[in-house]
Design a protein around this ligand. Sequence first.
Ligand SMILES: C[S@@+](CC[C@H](N)C(=O)[O-])C[C@H]1O[C@@H](n2cnc3c(N)ncnc32)[C@H](O)[C@@H]1O
Length: 284
Amino acid sequence: MASLLSAVPPGELDVATLAEMHRIRWWHRIPVGVDSDGRTVYTPGEVRHGPDGGDWPTTRFGLPTDLSGKTVLDIGAWDGFFSFEAERRGASRVLAVDVSQERGGNWGGTRGFNFAHRLLASRVEFQPISIYDLTPETLGQFDLVFCFGVLYHVKDPLRAIEAMASVTRHVALTETAAWENVRDQRQPLWAFRPGFDGDPTNYWYPTCAGMEAAARFAGLDASRLVHDSGSRFTLASARSEDSLTLAYGTDVPSAAPFRPRDPNAIGHRIARRLLGGRGVAKSD
Ligand SMILES: C[S@@+](CC[C@H](N)C(=O)[O-])C[C@H]1O[C@@H](n2cnc3c(N)ncnc32)[C@H](O)[C@@H]1O
């Protein structure tokens, strides 16, 4: 894989540029240059995705290692980490879309994206478009579509997923917060939890099976679980098995589904401790 610095201009960042960077409110930590000692400078975001690990390593999101010649759409790109990462992995065209005009609130607007774009001398395109308004007539189709951390923010996720699928030629990667509080994760459910986690822009939380069912309904018939931590997961939803092979070769990602802890097991442990080691009957 290309080195992390391959897309970073070799020049050192001057004081004025560093000051400009620190005036922006960032979510992503994006490598944008080097300091006077030659060390990589990252934008001061809250979450680090680097291929070197970080809080949420890119492996959680299912990006193919090599995107040479592929076209990519990044929905809800925010500061643009995944768009720039797709470009770094060789994508021939990357379009980033977001609704985050400079509106404050939870999301930081496009200042971060524009700053990183300039420093990386990036060719990533940006359009201020909502996921609902994606159509093949206006945008064409993209080999891969990224939709990371967006679906719980839309009031009508099925309409959003249908629009996303309409511009997906091969694979849509959706990363989302999950509904983990069900015993059987194979149930295709979506929980409506407006304002969950203290965020008034949060609405819907699927199980993995719920997301897979919605993707299938929208015409993306072949899904693979890429990552599942219980509270979040990533699903690769493709037009067909051939589309998965086209995106990943023989290295199609596949994760084990999260297994919720048996609440009885926890109850039994506590009860055993309280009873001084004596066993209790299991109810289920
Ligand atoms: C939690 S952030 C995720 C940012 C980035 N994709 C990531 O995973 O780090 C949610 C993003 O979705 C965007 N968003 C919210 N509603 C949207 C919509 N209707 N269409 C497109 N993007 C939307 C927000 O502006 C914000 O940039």
